[in-house]
Unconditional design. Structure first.
Length: 554
């Protein structure tokens, strides 16, 4: 529910803060006083785009804010949580526009996009403008209204997703047929590469292992010589390190008899002697294991040359050949799938069956919702002085299935019993069209889930008893939903639970609009003004008081 609206420096409004309550609230005032400007502000908070003309002349920045109570709106709370926004029972929408044309938006204090404002706004307020009846003549608007009325938005989304999946499958199948020649050439090249790599049979890390082995075999003589020299220096030579350490250790042991402190040094030399002996044995073993087979070196060299040739041909490093083989196999599998006419045909057929299934479900739901909406709107038409009129919702099958389903939604009306139903778009009388649109909106809104309904002079073109009926219908709707209505009809205003007067005053070169809540006696005065103009007589005022007492909620 809309709790409060704050406006600063917006068109003719300098500063305005207003709180709203449950039930039916009407806004009235002279033509041009700025009634619809308040709804324009709401529209901007719901994602409409700012225009520079909406910034009050001389102001640096326009600011708009609206507070909503969302405790009874679980869908809104889920949306806020999904978007990572606070959901503590209250929602604040805020917009600004500065003199440089920059516009910014916030949801609960967090920067937001216009798309986010529109998404959350659609769940908060259902706005019916002065020309809503014109919008209802469009095919898309009629279909959207029926789907919203039925409450099966998820089914509509499923149909759209299935339609896109089906057409994507058809496009893949058609693309495979067109690209078969190119696929064949690529497939042949990949198969030749796969054969070469299979013949090569390169194992993981084989290139690294062979390179190290080749280096070792190619330098075997030098390695043997280095090992022999090391063995002689360690243990075999007359002045070998092992013998020298043994002599030093022996002398220090004898000397330690005179000074025990030398025993610690002897203890340090003993492990060194052991390690030198172990190193000598390791060198000796290495010499025995070292392979000087020239045939093995030749074989490894040839293997490395073969690997290098294949790598150079395919412009990769030798160690990357195993990865190239895996990529080649994967691409061949892709091409096999892409060019598998049977598989692609089956995939397209499966996607088509899926579309038919969800579209058939949507059609059934639309048929049920169409019947209910037609009954309710027809009943509302009778109350709006269109006796014998009839409203129908026709589902016209499409020759080609579409992303929105297998049928067009067409609103048909007959304004009197002898008239054949005709599409709503062809209704000639603007007054009749306005009343029919109001009947549809009230019928649809009564079953909707949006907590706040706003009607901006949708009662244009009606009057008298019909206007009183409109007021009664809006008053009844206010029992279940919060309803805001901009009206110029006293018969409608008299039904309101809350009444605000919009007035414009000139201050120097600028005009300013104000919004004032009216108590009972002032409400009667405003009704009298709406009935008789600026000259209010005692008789007019008495009539206004009678109208108010007759229609106000008891």
């Amino acid at each position: 529910m809309l709790c409060a609206l704050s406006i600063r420096h917006f068109v003719v409004v300098d500063a305005l803060d207003v709180e709203f309550s449950n039930g039916l609230t009407v806004l009235t005032g002279e033509t041009g006083a700025g009634k619809s400007i308040l709804l324009d502000a709401l529209g901007l908070l719901l994602g409409d785009r700012f225009e520079m003309r909406q910034l009050r002349p001389g102001a640096e920045r326009a600011e708009l804010a609206a507070t909503f109570s969302i405790g009874g709106a679980p869908a809104v709370i889920r949306w806020l949580e999904t978007e990572g926004l606070d959901a503590n029972g209250e929602l604040l929408l805020r917009r600004t526009l500065d003199a440089q044309g920059r516009s910014r938006a916030w949801i609960n204090g967090r920067p937001a996009t216009l798309a986010q404002m529109a998404q959350i706004g659609a769940q908060l307020i259902d706005l019916h403008g002065q020309h809503a009846h014109q919008a209802l003549t469009g095919a898309d608007a009629q279909r959207a209204l029926l789907d919203e009325f039925g409450g099966f938005a998820s089914a509509t989304e499923d149909v759209g997703d299935a339609w896109r999946a089906w057409h994507a499958a058809e496009e893949r199948r058609a693309a495979a047929v067109q690209a078969e020649a190119a696929f064949a050439a690529e497939r042949d090249a990949l198969r030749e590469r796969e054969r070469e790599l299979a013949d090569l049979a390169l194992q993981p890390d084989e290139w690294t292992t062979l390179t190290a082995t080749e280096r070792r075999l190619a330098n075997a003589a030098a390695l043997i010589e280095a090992a022999a020299q090391a063995e002689e220096a360690l243990t075999d030579g007359d002045d070998a390190i092992a013998r020298r350490i043994a002599r030093i250790t022996q002398r220090l042991e004898h000397a330690s008899a005179d000074d025990p402190a030398l025993a610690g040094i002897v203890a340090l030399l003993t492990p060194a002697a052991i390690q030198i002996d172990e190193a000598a044995r390791a060198v000796r073993d290495y010499r025995r294991r070292l392979d000087l087979d020239p045939d093995e070196l030749s074989r490894i060299t040839e293997r490395l040359s073969a690997i290098h040739d294949v790598a150079r041909k395919h412009r990769v490093r030798p160690e990357a050949l195993p990865d190239l083989g895996a990529a080649t196999s994967a691409r061949l599998a892709e091409l096999a799938q892409a060019s598998d006419a049977v598989a692609l045909e089956k995939a397209a057929e499966a996607a088509k069956r899926r579309y038919d299934e969800v579209a058939r479900t949507l059609s059934k739901k639309r048929a049920a919702a169409a019947s209910t909406l037609a009954q309710r709107a027809t009943a509302a038409m009778q109350e709006l002085a269109m006796n014998g009129g009839r409203f129908d919702v026709v589902l016209e099958p499409l020759a080609t299935p579409a992303s929105f389903g297998r049928e067009n939604v067409v609103f048909m009306i007959a304004t009197h019993p002898k008239q054949a139903p005709a599409p709503l778009a062809r209704v000639a009388s603007g007054g009749e069209l306005s009343r029919v649109a109001l009947a549809i909106q009230i019928a649809a809104s009564d079953a909707g889930h949006v907590p706040t309904l706003v009607f901006d002079e949708v009662d244009t073109g009606i009057g008298g008893a019909v206007a009183a009926t409109v007021g009664r219908m809006l008053q009844s709707l206010g029992l279940r939903r919060q309803v805001l209505c901009v009206t110029h009809l006293p018969q409608v205003a008299a039904h309101a639970d809350h009444h605000f007067q919009v007035a414009k005053s000139a201050n120097g070169e600028q005009a300013t609009s104000t919004l004032t809540p009216l108590p009972r006696n002032h409400r009667v005065d405003e009704l009298a003004r709406m009935m008789g103009g600026s000259a209010i007589t005692a008789k007019t005022r008495a009539h206004a008081a009678e109208l108010y007492e007759q229609h106000r909620r008891k």
